[in-house]
Design a protein around this ligand. Structure first.
Ligand SMILES: Nc1ncnc2c1ncn2[C@@H]1O[C@H](COP(=O)(O)OP(=O)(O)OP(=O)(O)O)[C@@H](O)[C@H]1O
Ligand SMILES: Nc1ncnc2c1ncn2[C@@H]1O[C@H](COP(=O)(O)OP(=O)(O)OP(=O)(O)O)[C@@H](O)[C@H]1O
Ligand SMILES: [Mg+2]
Ligand SMILES: [Mg+2]
Lengths: 256, 256
């Protein structure tokens, strides 16, 4: 029984990619079978997993345009070991072509269906926009995981995200839920962060993950080495926090 | 002779909105006539300028769909005094409608043309995507101002941004230039930031602004009060840095 999570928030720079890559590595290290899907034409998750996005023969663009199956596009990330569906700028062109196609919003869900038995967790890194790529991810997902940087704009944008989730639920994916809200880039010395964190807990209650991801420079350095923090600096506060998040998710898995 | 600048970078969370709002306030305080345009459906520049985006009668969406003129939509921001074209989530709907319209990419340029004599600087805050809204901003602009957070992903994305600028230059706006690359959220204690800063200077040379915007919590706090940092905490490092940037831009204006 696999669990597909769309990691999404249209606010930019809140830690979506950092969460997708490091959570994938942490879950895989705990013995889960994990697939990471890069649905952002920036290809940051692809690069953070050690791949050169400019030399990809096949990528997510091909899957969405029905020109390749997931099996043909999937690579195994090294050294973390999770499966990866890479992306590059061609995904932006594919999105444009998708807009006029019939069934454009269910492309990813249909492509993923035969793969579900092969994985325990499927994580989808979304771009900073509520566009056709993000909608595809929401339609394919069981739940959303919402990274939130504890700053002012973060709260602002949540209402339009929740509205979009509701629309997807009504139109295409009735069981789409919220796995949780994850506080990222958290700087405990910063009063604003504490205030926003309190507001999140007031709004979302138990849906806020207990795990807090601290601001930790090792998380920002790791991608330039093409490594998740677990392999770049296993004892860093960042790597530890994503290990804690992975364990919290596995606990929640048994509650589903 | 007005100078229109598109403040853009498809990488999320690099300080586009923070730069647009604080630069607008700083230029206005130095006696320049400034118009700030919010082209992001998130409406962060609108909210940071003290407006309630949920009660807007008219907004940028109306301008792009030819349902209102700029005069009808423009408000004066208080206390900063710059003109503002506000935006909210309706802009996302407008973008979707624009895709199939003839001349979709030149809507903003045509709407702005009669306003140019009224302003010295026109600043356009862009969303984190190379979409129709950003293309409209590039076509309407004389130059781009590129905020770059000195972290790994920032360098990654610059090549696709420069490629898009080149395409716009060839197709629609031959004189589109780069006003400069602005280092934002700069943390001098962080080795990665220094390394990325050196790479930017190696790539862009004199196009990198001398002004560096430091990471300064007052810049993150100010938007929740609906104020630019100049009015929230005039002596903060953030407000001072944007005053310095404004002066550097005015100097560059005389070189154009
Ligand atoms: N906990 C953290 N501590 C320190 N740096 C972090 C942390 N999380 C993310 N970063 C850095 O902050 C920046 C933004 O993070 P990231 O790119 O993961 O966000 P995103 O939401 O995926 O952005 P986008 O909206 O562009 O897709 C990156 O440079 C990343 O390396
Ligand atoms: N120099 C700075 N010091 C401290 N915080 C900053 C600074 N610049 C921006 N911020 C904060 O960092 C976050 C990201 O900045 P901002 O929203 O301006 O980026 P953006 O590029 O406009 O994001 P998006 O891609 O979502 O449009 C915001 O919470 C903002 O308040
Ligand atoms: Mg990302
Ligand atoms: Mg912004």
């Amino acid at each position: 029984m696999s669990w597909t999570l769309a990691i999404t928030n249209q606010k930019g720079g809140v830690g979506k990619t950092t969460t997708a890559v490091n959570l994938a590595a942490a879950l895989q290290a705990l013995g889960q079978r994990v697939l990471l899907i890069d649905m952002d034409p920036q290809g940051n998750a692809t690069v953070s997993s050690g791949l050169d996005k400019s030399t990809l023969e096949r990528s997510m663009a091909d899957v969405l345009l029905d020109e390749a199956t997931i099996d043909e596009v999937m690579v195994k990330s090294e050294p973390a070991g999770f499966g990866l569906l890479p992306a590059n700028i061609e995904l932006a062109g594919a999105e444009f072509q998708l807009v006029s196609r019939i069934g454009r919003e269910i492309k990813l869900r249909r492509a993923l269906a035969p793969q579900l038995p092969n994985f325990d967790f499927i994580l989808i890194d979304c771009p900073p926009a509520l566009n056709t790529l993000t909608i595809n991810a929401l339609v394919a997902a069981d739940d959303v995981l919402i990274p939130v940087q504890c700053e002012y704009f973060a709260l602002e944008g949540l209402s339009s995200l929740l509205e979009t989730i509701e629309q997807v639920r009504l139109a295409l994916q009735p069981s789409l839920g919220v796995a949780g809200v994850l506080r990222t880039l958290y700087d405990a010395r910063n009063l604003l962060a504490q205030q926003v964190s309190e507001q999140l807990q007031a709004h979302f209650g138990a849906q806020v993950f207990n795990t807090l991801i601290p601001r930790n420079v090792r998380l920002a350095e790791a991608p330039s080495h093409g490594l998740p923090a677990l392999f770049y600096d296993r004892n860093s506060a960042g790597a530890q926090a994503y290990d804690e998040l992975a364990r919290e998710l596995i606990d929640r898995l048994s509650l589903r």
